[in-house]
Design a protein. Structure first.
Lengths: 291, 566
């Protein structure tokens, strides 16, 4: 019987880039967030499932979500609560606006330090808006933690080490890693469990303070039920150095954005004979299109 | 990424019926649980919001998981290993999703671990699940059996069994035997009482849906030497105690994911549920009414998928240079399918609401005595539920079969191949008009409401309701059909021959059912104009059916009946 674990799940609210319509981009080449519904980043849901599975395996474990974004990102924490997480924090400050991955991982690692007392930090491999896959590893580096990337299954904890199956180019490998540690989870891992009917009814009014600031009735309702209050932290709560936050802390500068429209440049007819097809396959292997 | 709740606006329409306010108030006892349970609603709006959100979860699981697994489950099916059932892999995944989502024991009270949902949203979940996979609905829907434990078992039994169901353990109702199908009075499975007062069961049960479940309700003969239904009692068998093995599972035409078992009871320990001798005459009757409503929901869910599959194919399939939906002959089939679907769904939820009200009163009556007004109301709705259940099950399952047939027809030759979902839907649909009482037995249950006037009274009540000017003509047509029905009832009862009444019963019950569905859709149209199209198509169809029956009855000479008897 292993001890209970303190697990932090990093999750991001992202525009649903999988259902892109014609008005998904603004004229200046940036994302038109109004046209795309905000969703729980898919691989962060895979990460959450791993955390909830560990919670079941090691009774007494605690799963806390951490998300950075505007107050409406509290929806991410609620979604986690509906599925079995114990609580969450929204890291929200105008000072974080315009963060690249370096500034983001700085802010998140500051928040994790503030939370303290963690065993495993789990995040999705990458977000579907930026597709960088950098934030998880950077957080681990900033906290000085060992990390396992591309995880497909966190098998369990044995003798203080976490056993993780990870997806690599040529197959899968199983590795062990000492606690505390960081894992980033691949989309090929188990899908996240559904929302639970009781938890959904229990937590549907959970909110960060700024969401209910203007509604005295809701505020009072949450005050009577402390489990409904979602943490809302800003730069000063996590003792962040403002020069490392947001645009100021982001060495990445976007020079210009270009819309790339794929067009067919050449077409070639191949006869349906074994010889011709064989030649085509060889050619495609040679120029690394396939294989 | 499909959601079978949010993609179907008809569901929300029925969930938001005005009668829900009364139902929720009764079910929630003016929201007394709010201070005791963190997931209990604060008020009516809060409760409705919870139903809506939970149904959205049901819709998501059904669209993303259960429907996706349906084909594999149909191919793989369950099997028996060492006297135990092993579900198909997809079935296991479906059950896991439903358990994690907490969708078991939905209608059970919170003190026993349930969600305390009224029957209406619970039945809506059954409707949605059936659209995804009718066979899985049987496993999931057997949580209904907990209702029987809740209504008739003692408090200790409720405390021991119901929380287990809410946690996800499955149930079965073990009624049928090789020589006792529709005729349950012939049940032989023997219950013997030992000297210490405990009971053991011995014998064989057949055609038991999910027969290797965790908790069984078993109908058995407790009174030695008795021959009829009055010698039968209800027992609870707990699989943890052992004593029951699965001898085989049936190779069925449809709902193949749902294991239909032959069970052997060998000194299987069991507990008496409720009082001796009331097994069949009271408890099974209650159990069956719940189960019939479940099959009515299953029928509507199958009708829904049949319509959707047919519609999608008709839009996609091109012949003679255009999509086949553009041909009037095809479009008419689809319109009638949609009308039957909408009509059977309106009837289903009308029935569910009646069940909700009388059951809530029954439950309140356990806590305090009802006022005379409440008693009167409980009686009224109990009677309506009793009258509407066989209509919803009987006619709903026939419509479901007709829609499955038409779905294949729209697919043409491809529909006859195993390549499209429609052939599975067609096979799955077939059982709905057979189990939990065939359509013929639903007619037997419904006919007394023809003769005692329950249906006609209700039709007259519908006639009182105001409709918008545009629908006055429709209302007049329905009134005309109602008169044809009333005349036909009088003509048949006037002969004063029970055999003749039996012979005409199906026709009279169908006339009543079609007219009632017409009025319900008229009511739907007042709240939501998009039902108007289906209302017209349905009433055109029903008017012809009612006239056909009226004609048959009017032209028929009672002595002709000899030609129909064997």
């Amino acid at each position: 019987m292993s001890k209970s674990l303190n697990i932090i799940v990093l999750a991001k609210q992202v525009p649903d880039t999988r259902n892109v319509g014609k008005d998904a981009m603004k004229a200046d080449g940036t994302i038109n967030r109004a046209a795309l519904p905000a969703i729980f980043n898919p691989e962060d849901l895979n990460a959450l499932e791993q955390a909830l599975k560990l919670k079941e395996m090691y009774p007494g474990s605690k799963v806390t979500l951490l998300t950075m974004g505007p107050a409406r990102a509290a929806e991410i924490v609620r979604e986690g609560l509906y599925r079995g997480a114990d609580g969450g924090v929204v890291l929200s400050d105008r000072a974080f606006a315009g963060s690249d991955t370096l500034a983001t991982s700085y802010a998140i690692s500051a928040a994790i330090r503030k939370m303290g007392n963690y065993d495993i930090i789990i995040g999705g491999r990458q977000a579907i808006d930026g597709d960088t896959a950098q934030v998880g590893p950077q957080v681990a580096e900033k906290l000085g933690l060992p990390q396992v990337t591309y995880a497909e299954d966190i098998i369990g904890v044995e003798n203080g080490k976490v056993i993780v199956k990870r997806r690599i180019e040529s197959g899968v490998e199983t590795v062990s890693c000492p606690l505390p540690m960081m894992v980033t989870v691949n989309g090929s891992a188990a899908a996240c469990r559904p929302r639970n009917a009781k938890a959904l009814q229990k937590y549907k009014y959970a909110a960060v303070p700024s969401e209910v600031a203007a509604d005295e009735k809701k505020k009072a309702f949450i005050e009577e039920r402390p489990y409904l209050e979602i943490g809302e932290w800003n730069a000063s709560t996590v003792d962040a150095d403002l020069s490392q936050c947001g645009l100021a802390g982001s060495p990445t500068k976007v020079k210009s954005i270009e819309n790339v429209v794929f067009t067919a440049k050449e077409a070639r007819q191949v006869e349906n004979t074994d010889a011709e097809l064989e030649a085509l396959v060889q050619e495609l292997i040679a120029n690394h299109t396939i294989g | 990424m499909a959601n079978f709740y949010t993609d179907n606006p008809a569901l929300k329409h029925h969930l938001q019926h005005p009668l829900m306010e009364k139902i929720v108030a009764l079910k929630e006892r003016d929201f007394a649980d709010a201070s005791k349970y963190d997931y209990a609603p604060q008020d009516f709006a809060d409760a409705m919001d919870s139903y809506d959100r939970v149904l959205e979860v049901v819709g998501e699981i059904c669209g993303d998981t259960i429907a996706e697994n349906a084909e594999d489950v149909d191919h793989q099916g369950p099997h028996v290993e060492n006297g135990r059932v092993v579900y198909a892999d997809g079935t296991k995944r479906n059950l896991d999703a439903c358990r994690k989502a907490g969708l078991m024991g939905m209608a059970m009270p919170r003190r026993l671990g349930g969600l305390n949902f009224p029957i209406t949203p619970y039945i809506m979940a059954a409707d949605i699940v059936s659209r995804a996979d009718a066979g899985f609905e049987n496993l999931w829907g057997l949580q209904d059996c907990a209702e029987t434990i809740y209504e008739f078992a003692d408090e200790d039994q409720k405390q021991r069994y119901i929380p287990r169901v809410c946690e996800g353990e499955t149930m079965s109702m073990d009624l049928t035997e090789p020589d006792a199908g529709s005729d349950l009075q012939s049940v032989m499975l023997k219950a013997s009482q030992k000297e210490d007062g405990s009971w053991v069961l011995n014998g064989v049960k057949r055609f038991i849906t999910n027969g290797d479940s965790d908790i069984h309700l078993v109908l058995a003969r407790s009174e030695e030497g008795s021959k009829d239904g009055r010698g039968l009692s209800m027992f609870i068998y707990d699989k943890r105690n052992g004593g029951v093995t699965v001898r085989r599972i049936e190779n069925k035409m449809g709902i193949k994911g749902s294991p239909t078992c032959e069970l052997v009871f060998k000194d299987a320990p069991a507990e008496l549920c409720g009082s001796r001798r009331l097994g069949l005459i009271k408890y099974v009757m209650a159990l069956m009414n719940g189960a019939r409503l479940g099959i009515a929901a299953q029928s509507v869910g199958i009708s829904e998928v049949a319509y959707r599959e047919a519609l999608a194919y008709a839009k996609d399939r091109k012949q003679f240079g255009k999509a086949i939906i553009e041909f009037p002959a095809v479009a008419e089939i689809l319109s009638v399918m949609k009308a039957k679907l909408d009509a059977s769904r309106s009837l289903l939820y009308a029935c569910a609401r009646y069940v909700d009200i009388y059951k809530a009163y029954d439950d309140i009556a356990k806590e305090r005595s009802l006022t005379p007004e409440e008693k009167q109301e409980a009686k009224k709705y109990s009677r309506l539920a009793d009258a509407f259940t066989p209509l919803a099950k009987g006619l709903g399952s026939e419509f479901c079969n007709q829609n499955a047939y038409d779905c294949i027809q729209i697919h043409g030759g491809s529909g006859f191949m195993k390549d499209y979902a429609c052939e599975r839907v067609y096979r799955d649909a077939r059982i709905t008009s057979i189990y939990e009482g065939t359509t013929q037995l639903q007619v037997v249950a419904a006919i007394r409401h023809v003769t005692t006037g329950t249906y006609l009274d209700q039709i007259h009540a519908y006639q009182e309701a105001q409709v918008c000017a545009e629908d006055e003509g429709m209302k007049n047509t329905l009134a005309f059909m109602a008169q044809q029905y009333a005349d036909a009832v009088q003509a048949v009862t006037g002969v004063k021959n029970p055999q003749y009444m039996d012979f005409m019963a199906r026709r009279l019950v169908e006339m009543a059912g079609y007219i009632i569905m017409g009025y319900l859709m008229l009511e739907d149209t007042q709240r939501e104009a998009s039902f108007r199209r289906s209302l017209h198509v349905f009433v055109n169809w029903a008017q012809a059916e009612v006239a056909k029956h009226a004609d048959f009855i009017g032209n028929f000479r009672p002595e002709e009946i000899e030609n129909y008897l064997y």
